[in-house]
Structures are given as structure tokens and as C-alpha cells.
Design a protein around this ligand. Structure first.
Ligand code: HEC
Ligand code: HEC
Ligand code: HEC
Ligand code: HEC
Ligand code: HEC
Ligand code: HEC
Ligand code: HEC
Ligand code: HEC
Ligand code: HEC
Ligand code: HEC
Ligand code: HEC
Length: 489
């Protein structure tokens, strides 16, 4: 018996009375190490694996039936000491990827964690070249592993942000792998609605893993990532469209349904247009708003720059600020934004202007709204007329391509006018509709009409000349006949 063994045996005997009587009498590894009072065995007391009667030897090897440490921890008995690098995960995978083994423990847990994590950005080789960036124990710990729904588990919603931030807030570490990756996720997350609730121990608000996944975390640009633009709406909707889950909160659960049929949702889902905004374009990824956007009411202007600029210089800017109306949502809404049409403009019931302008309220704007609508309507009608006339002229074989080309300027003016609405200035609007649109359109109309007149002129002109020639020919014929008759007569 060597010295350590001797000392140990003494301690063993002395403390055996006060040792907690764990059922795992047969697990000599635990019994002996518990006496040693080392940290692993201390932590192991709360470990789910201990509760499942799983021995220290499941991960370390050795003979858990022997109370002789030389035998128990001999390499002949398969003892591997402290597992390192990928060996660590190999130990976990040996059970957790083996469905039959898990069933034998009476467990119904999925046995797919390894399958999933193999696809993740985290399973690539670390800069040492020897192991993966992280192991199962990086997120779950090695000893004292708890069920994931235990509030003390490092992967419980309340602790996840810290667990991920161990690396993701460590600039020096992260630079080794991806220098361009920001390291501010936790810091920003704490400012968001989700993060604030999470700090207040509300585990229902989204944490890092709710948006990114747990085992199958992929880079944001990966088309299979939970945060790829086309997948984001579903990721958010998993909670926000779930009536039961959101039951305790006082917010609507219609964002996804509305977004899907909005002009932005159609652009994204049907036209595969990745420049269309998705949930996080407007709400931000981690912070309360996207970077550089002071409040969500300013978010539309990050893409619709001109509309936002015009709005800022318009009389509505001050009026809306005073009443705290959001800039764009007031007229366009937020999740169910539809294609804008002339119907929005004017003083009819469907026009947005009539929400605030009437013959008795904000009267100046009322008059302007009515006039703006009638201007844009007359441009529309003029363009229709111009097109009809051009068609007619072309069918008659007249050369009118130059005027047809110029009609594009009128279409362009119409587009500009739709944007210029946002200056909410009758003069500026008029300048485009009359000064550009109607001016071009009326010149095109004139030209098309002239071309059609020309056609008729040429057609009648030909008829007359044929008639004259025919008459002349007849006269000539009669004259020749007359001479012939004279000669024979
Ligand atoms: C009779 C007591 C006793 C038994 C039984 C025992 N150990 Fe140990 N173990 C020790 C002592 C003492 C040490 C060395 C002290 C130290 O390093 O903390 C040790 C060290 C270890 C280490 C650390 C080795 C290293 O390289 O740092 C591991 C891992 C370990 N034991 C696991 C086990 C496992 C698994 C079993 C069961 C198969 C087991 N022990 C059974 C007493 C025991
Ligand atoms: C689920 C697998 C697993 C089980 C079960 C397990 N260990 Fe470990 N143990 C590890 C891993 C992995 C390490 C490597 C260090 C790390 O990652 O923290 C380790 C490290 C150790 C060390 C080295 C010192 C340290 O703290 O890092 C000792 C000692 C140890 N374990 C003892 C035990 C004892 C005693 C038991 C049973 C009471 C036990 N282990 C049960 C996985 C396990
Ligand atoms: C990046 C951190 C991370 C790593 C690495 C990780 N897990 Fe997890 N794991 C989690 C999170 C987060 C959950 C909770 C998932 C949830 O609540 O939906 C979880 C849940 C689990 C569960 C409960 C069942 C389930 O699938 O939800 C098991 C078992 C598990 N992990 C095993 C493993 C194993 C085995 C490995 C290594 C192959 C591993 N984990 C690696 C974060 C991680
Ligand atoms: C000997 C087989 C075995 C080994 C090795 C093993 N586990 Fe487990 N693990 C289990 C069983 C069985 C359960 C309990 C399952 C249940 O409650 O349904 C479990 C539970 C868990 C849970 C809790 C899941 C939950 O229900 O929320 C986590 C997390 C976990 N293990 C992670 C690990 C990690 C990490 C390793 C490696 C360091 C590991 N396991 C090694 C068999 C094993
Ligand atoms: C052990 C350190 C570590 C832990 C813990 C960790 N990560 Fe990572 N993670 C990294 C490294 C390193 C990369 C960069 C890999 C690369 O790009 O080469 C990365 C990449 C990512 C990416 C991809 C970023 C991109 O778009 O390129 C996401 C998303 C991510 N991690 C989320 C998480 C989440 C969520 C958690 C917690 C559940 C977590 N990580 C835990 C180290 C870690
Ligand atoms: C509400 C959902 C959500 C939560 C919660 C969340 N993320 Fe993200 N995360 C995203 C989105 C969306 C992106 C960006 C996708 C893109 O760039 O298109 C992203 C990007 C990332 C990236 C890539 C680099 C970057 O910053 O753009 C990392 C790393 C990352 N997240 C880690 C984390 C960590 C760590 C946490 C927890 C502290 C977390 N995320 C919480 C949704 C979320
Ligand atoms: C895990 C579930 C979950 C996921 C996933 C989730 N959220 Fe949330 N979210 C919540 C809960 C719970 C609240 C709190 C509601 C409240 O404050 O009344 C919330 C609050 C919000 C709020 C603030 C509402 C308010 O006015 O206070 C916004 C905005 C939001 N989430 C957007 C998103 C977006 C965008 C995504 C996807 C990138 C997302 N959420 C993903 C659960 C989730
Ligand atoms: C075009 C920008 C935009 C997009 C895309 C968008 N939102 Fe919003 N969202 C807003 C605005 C603006 C508000 C109102 C905020 C305010 O007034 O405080 C809002 C409000 C919310 C709220 C608070 C409750 C409510 O309904 O008023 C939640 C939750 C929310 N959005 C979730 C989502 C989710 C989930 C998606 C994706 C399916 C999404 N949003 C897409 C702009 C957007
Ligand atoms: C990430 C960029 C982006 C953001 C942010 C954004 N949009 Fe858009 N929006 C687009 C794109 C791209 C289209 C074109 C979709 C299509 O027609 O294919 C569009 C279309 C529109 C249309 C229809 C235009 C038309 O021709 O009728 C309106 C109205 C609109 N957005 C209003 C808003 C409002 C209001 C907000 C803020 C709540 C907003 N958008 C935020 C990119 C954005
Ligand atoms: C007071 C009501 C009102 C407000 C506020 C408003 N709009 Fe509009 N918007 C309209 C009307 C009316 C039209 C349609 C004009 C037409 O088609 O005749 C329109 C059309 C549009 C279009 C399609 C035309 C184009 O420019 O491509 C976009 C995009 C748009 N708005 C974005 C915005 C944004 C972004 C904001 C906030 C900066 C905003 N709107 C604020 C009333 C408003
Ligand atoms: C949410 C309420 C609201 C909506 C909707 C709204 N306005 Fe206004 N508007 C105001 C207020 C308030 C003023 C400032 C009071 C005033 O000058 O009459 C104003 C002023 C104006 C002015 C400046 C009048 C002046 O003093 O020269 C014009 C032009 C105008 N609005 C046009 C429109 C048009 C066109 C629409 C529809 C596309 C519209 N407004 C929709 C509230 C609104």
C-alpha cells in the first residue's frame, strides 16, 4: 500500500459515517472521490447522470466496482484519466447518439445532438488544429450536468446569453477565428425588449438559442440558418404567432400573417427579393433597433431614402412630431404594407389623408390633398389617351416611335410624383405632374393626333389624285375616240 493509499484509507474510514448515503453504493469511483471532497464529485451530486445511476467511469473509464484505486483507475480496466479535446465529446456521443442505449436508460430524449452539431459553424477545427472549436461540455459543463429546463443549467434560457458570450464577447478569442465578426451581441441584447425581459428572469423572451438554434448553429449567411432572411419570419413566428405561448402578454400575434401578404413579404417569399425587409431588418438583430436607427419609426428611411428625406422637409414633420405620430406607419402601417396606389391620396373615405384632413379640420391640407389627387388622376388619364392615340397611329402604319419613346418621360414623372407626395407641398407636386408629366403627355398627344391626321390627309390625297388621273384618262380617251371618229367620218 503506498502512502497516498494509506492516508486515503484512514480518511475513508473516519468519514464513512458522515458520508451521504448515495444509492450508488456500487459506484466506488464516486464514493472514494466524494470522501476526497474534490470538486468533480461535489458537482456530480446534482448531476442528472448520477440520478440515472451513471458512474464516473462512463466518461473516464476504469472499474467502478473496485474500491482499490490502483485497480479502479488502471488503464487495464480502461481508465483514460481526464479526457481531452474531441475525446470529451466522444464520451457524450457514445450514449447520446445511441438511441438504443438511451432507451435502455428509459430516456425519450432525441439522439441527434451530434448529427446536428456536425453541421454547425462550431464544429470546425480550432486554430490548434487538434480539436473542434467547442465540445459538448463547453455549453453543458462536465460535472453537475443538469436537465436543460433546470434554471441553473448553463443552457437554460436565463443563462444562455452568458454561456454564448463567454466566447462571443471575448474580442481577443473571437479575432483568432473571424476578425470581422462583431463581439457586441450580449451588450446589444441587453438593450432589446427580449434582453430586458431575460434579465428580469422571464424565460419566455427570445434568447440566443431561440433565434440561432442550439446544436445546429450556422453562419448568418447560410441559407439553412435560422436567421437567414427567408427563414427569419418563421423563427420569430414560432413564438410571436403562437397564441398559447404569447397568451400572458398583451401584444397582437398577427405580425407573421400580415407580413406574409404585405408588399415586402410578397417580394421576399414570391420574388425571392432579398432586398426586401424581414422582421430583423426593422427590429434589429440583437439591439432594440437596427444599427444607426434611433427609433423604429425611422427604420423605413434606411431603404426608402428619398421618401424619408422629403417627409423630413414637409409640413407633416413638425405636425407628426408634436402629436407623436410615427412617420411612415401612420399612412402605410407596419406589417401589412401594401402597394401604394392613387387611392391613398385625396379626400375620399379610402384616402389616408381624410383621417386628419376634412372641410373643418386641417383645411389647407384638405384642399391640397384634393387637388393633388385630381392632378395625378388627370396625368393618368392623359397617359391612357396618349397610349391609345399612339396605338391607333401605329396600326395605320405611321412612324411615331420618337413620340412613343418620349411617353416614357411621362411614366417617369408619374413615378416621381408618387414619391413627391411625401413633400406634402402642392407646389412641388404640381411642378412634376404639370411641369414634367402633363407637358410631355400633351405634346405626345398632339403629335399622335397630327400623325393620324396626316394619315387621313395622305389617304384622301391619294384618292383625289386617283380621281383626277382617272378623269384625265377618261377625257383623253374620249378625246382620242373623238379624233378617230373624225378621221373615219
Ligand atoms: C479508493 C479511492 C479512489 C477510487 C476508488 C477512485 N479514485 Fe480516482 N482518484 C483518487 C485519488 C486519490 C486521485 C488522485 C488525487 C487527485 O489527483 O485528485 C484520483 C484521481 C482521479 C482522476 C484524475 C486523474 C488525473 O490524471 O488528473 C480521475 C479522472 C479519477 N480519479 C477518476 C476515477 C474514476 C473514473 C474512478 C472509478 C473507475 C476512480 N477515480 C476511482 C481516488 C480514487
Ligand atoms: C459525463 C461525463 C463525465 C462524468 C460522468 C464524470 N466526469 Fe470527470 N471529467 C469529465 C470531463 C469531460 C473532464 C475534463 C475536464 C473538463 O472538461 O472540465 C473531467 C475531468 C475530471 C477530473 C480532472 C479535474 C477537473 O476538475 O477537471 C477529475 C478529477 C474528474 N473528472 C473526476 C470525476 C469523478 C470523480 C467523477 C464521478 C464523481 C466524474 N469525474 C464524472 C467528464 C466526466
Ligand atoms: C453551443 C452550445 C451547445 C453545445 C456545444 C452542445 N449543446 Fe446540447 N444543448 C444546448 C442548448 C442551448 C440546449 C437546449 C435546447 C432547447 O432548450 O431547445 C441543449 C440541449 C441538449 C440536450 C437535451 C435534448 C435536446 O436535444 O434538446 C442534450 C441531451 C444535449 N444538449 C446534449 C448535447 C451533446 C451530446 C452535445 C455534444 C455533441 C451538446 N449537447 C453540445 C447547447 C449546446
Ligand atoms: C452512459 C451514457 C451517457 C453518457 C456517457 C453521457 N450521458 Fe448525458 N445523459 C444520459 C442519460 C441516460 C440522461 C438522462 C436522459 C433523460 O432524462 O431522459 C442524460 C442526460 C443528459 C442531459 C440532460 C438532458 C435533459 O433531459 O434536459 C444533458 C445536457 C447531458 N446528458 C449531456 C451530456 C454530456 C455533455 C455528456 C458528455 C460530457 C454526457 N451527457 C454523457 C446518458 C449519458
Ligand atoms: C467556445 C467558444 C464559443 C461558444 C461557447 C459559442 N460560440 Fe458561437 N462561435 C464561436 C466561434 C469561434 C465562431 C466563429 C467561427 C468562424 O467563423 O470561423 C462562432 C460562430 C458563431 C455564429 C456564426 C456567426 C456568423 O454569422 O458567421 C453564430 C450565429 C454563433 N456562433 C452563435 C453562438 C451561440 C448562439 C452560442 C451559444 C448557444 C455560441 N455561439 C457559443 C465560438 C463560440
Ligand atoms: C431575436 C433573435 C436573436 C437573438 C435573441 C440573438 N440573435 Fe444573434 N443574430 C440574429 C440575427 C437576425 C442575426 C443577423 C443575421 C444577418 O446578418 O442577416 C444575428 C447575428 C449573430 C451573429 C453574427 C454576427 C453579428 O453580430 O451579426 C452572432 C455571432 C450572433 N448573432 C450571436 C448571438 C448571441 C451570442 C446572442 C445572445 C447574446 C444572440 N446572437 C441573440 C438574431 C438573434
Ligand atoms: C422564444 C420566443 C420568441 C422568439 C423566438 C422571438 N420573440 Fe420577440 N418576444 C417574445 C416575448 C415573450 C416578448 C415579450 C412580449 C411583451 O413585451 O409583451 C417579445 C417581444 C418582442 C418585441 C417587443 C414588443 C413590444 O412592443 O414590447 C418585438 C419587437 C419582438 N419581440 C420581435 C421579435 C423578432 C423580430 C423576432 C425574430 C427575430 C422575435 N421577436 C423572436 C418572444 C419571442
Ligand atoms: C417594415 C418594417 C417591419 C417589418 C418587416 C416587421 N416589423 Fe414588426 N413592427 C414594425 C413597426 C414599425 C412596429 C411598431 C413599433 C412601435 O410603434 O413601437 C412593429 C411592431 C412589432 C411588434 C410589437 C407588437 C405589435 O404588433 O405592434 C412585434 C412583436 C413585431 N413587430 C414583430 C415582428 C415580426 C415577428 C416580424 C416578422 C414576421 C416583423 N415584426 C416584421 C416594423 C416592422
Ligand atoms: C430593407 C429595406 C426596406 C425597409 C427597411 C423597408 N422597405 Fe419598403 N420596400 C422595400 C423594397 C425592396 C420594396 C419593393 C417590393 C416590390 O415591390 O417588389 C418595398 C416596397 C414598399 C412599398 C410599396 C411601394 C410601391 O411601389 O407601391 C411601400 C409603400 C413601402 N415599401 C413602405 C415601407 C415602410 C412604411 C417601411 C417601414 C415601416 C418600409 N417600407 C421599410 C424595401 C424596404
Ligand atoms: C400622410 C401619408 C403618408 C405618409 C406619412 C407617408 N406616405 Fe408614403 N405614400 C403616401 C401616398 C398617398 C402614396 C401613394 C402615391 C400614389 O401612388 O399616388 C405613397 C407612396 C409611397 C411609396 C411608393 C412610391 C415610391 O416612392 O416608390 C413608398 C415607397 C412610400 N410611400 C414610402 C413611405 C415612407 C418610407 C414614408 C415615411 C418616411 C412614407 N411613405 C410616409 C402617403 C404617405
Ligand atoms: C395623421 C394625420 C394626418 C394625415 C393622415 C395627413 N395629414 Fe396632412 N397634415 C396634418 C397636420 C396635423 C397638418 C398641420 C396642420 C395644418 O397645417 O393644417 C398637416 C398639414 C398638411 C399640409 C400642409 C398644409 C399647409 O399648411 O400648407 C398638406 C399639404 C397636407 N397636410 C397634405 C396631406 C395629404 C396629401 C395627406 C394624405 C396623403 C395628408 N396630409 C395626410 C395631419 C395629417
Amino acid at each position: 500500500m503506498n502512502r497516498i493509499n494509506f492516508i486515503f484509507t484512514v480518511i475513508f474510514i473516519v468519514t464513512s459515517a458522515v458520508r451521504i448515503d448515495v444509492y450508488a453504493q456500487e459506484d466506488q469511483c464516486f464514493i472514494c472521490h466524494d470522501v476526497l471532497g474534490d470538486k468533480p464529485s461535489e458537482l456530480f451530486k446534482n448531476d442528472i447522470h448520477l440520478k440515472m445511476k451513471i458512474s464516473c467511469s462512463a466518461c473516464h473509464g476504469g472499474n467502478s466496482k473496485s474500491d482499490d484505486m490502483d485497480i479502479a483507475m488502471s488503464s487495464k480496466e480502461g481508465f483514460i484519466g481526464v479526457p481531452k479535446g474531441n475525446d470529451i465529446s466522444e464520451r457524450c456521443i457514445a450514449c447520446h447518439s445511441n438511441e438504443e442505449k438511451m432507451k435502455a436508460y428509459g430516456s425519450n430524449l432525441p439522439a441527434n445532438q451530434h448529427e446536428l452539431i456536425k453541421n454547425s459553424v462550431h464544429w470546425k477545427t480550432s486554430i490548434t488544429g487538434r480539436e473542434h472549436i467547442l465540445q459538448c461540455t463547453t455549453c453543458h459543463n462536465a460535472h453537475g450536468i443538469l436537465k436543460v429546463n433546470n434554471p441553473a443549467s448553463p443552457v437554460h434560457s436565463l443563462n444562455i446569453p452568458q454561456t454564448c458570450a463567454k466566447c462571443h464577447s471575448d474580442a481577443v478569442y473571437m479575432r483568432l477565428y473571424n476578425p470581422s465578426l462583431p463581439v457586441d451581441q450580449l451588450q446589444k441584447y441587453r438593450t432589446s425588449g427580449h434582453g430586458i425581459l431575460n434579465s428580469k428572469r422571464d424565460s419566455k423572451a427570445a434568447d440566443c438559442a431561440d433565434c440561432h438554434g442550439s446544436h445546429e448553429i450556422r453562419t448568418a449567411g447560410d441559407i439553412k440558418s435560422k436567421v437567414y432572411p427567408t427563414n427569419i419570419p418563421k423563427t420569430c413566428a414560432a413564438c410571436h404567432s403562437n397564441a398559447e405561448y404569447m397568451g400572458g402578454y398583451k401584444i397582437p400575434i398577427d405580425q407573421y400573417d400580415k407580413f406574409k401578404s404585405s408588399v415586402h413579404g410578397i417580394a421576399l417569399f414570391e420574388k425571392n427579393d432579398l432586398s426586401a425587409p424581414v422582421c430583423n431588418s426593422c427590429h434589429g438583430n440583437h439591439g432594440a433597433t437596427p444599427p444607426g436607427v434611433e427609433s423604429i419609426s425611422k427604420v423605413c428611411g434606411t431603404c426608402h431614402v428619398l421618401n424619408a428625406e422629403l417627409f423630413s422637409g414637409s409640413p407633416h414633420k413638425k405636425a407628426f412630431d408634436e402629436k407623436n405620430y410615427p412617420e411612415c406607419e401612420t399612412c402605410h402601417k407596419n406589417h401589412d404594407i401594401v402597394t401604394a396606389t392613387n387611392a391613398l391620396l385625396g379626400v375620399s373615405d379610402e384616402a389616408v389623408c381624410s383621417q386628419c384632413h376634412s372641410e373643418s379640420e386641417n383645411v389647407k391640407g384638405f384642399k391640397s390633398a384634393a387637388e393633388m389627387r385630381s392632378l395625378i388622376d388627370s396625368l393618368d388619364q392623359a397617359v391612357i389617351l396618349a397610349k391609345e392615340l399612339i396605338n391607333e397611329a401605329e396600326q395605320k402604319g405611321m412612324e411615331i416611335s420618337e413620340a412613343k419613346f418620349r411617353l416614357r418621360d411621362a411614366q417617369q414623372a408619374k413615378l416621381e410624383a408618387r414619391t413627391m407626395v411625401h413633400s406634402f407641398s402642392l407646389d412641388k407636386f404640381k411642378e412634376i405632374v404639370e411641369g414634367k408629366g402633363l407637358l410631355v403627355t400633351s405634346s405626345v398627344i398632339d403629335e399622335a393626333k397630327a400623325s393620324i391626321d396626316d394619315y387621313y390627309f395622305r389617304r384622301y390625297g391619294l384618292l383625289i389624285s386617283i380621281l383626277i388621273i382617272s378623269l384625265l384618262a377618261l377625257a383623253l380617251y374620249l378625246y382620242v375616240k373623238k379624233i378617230e371618229r373624225k378621221n373615219t367620218g
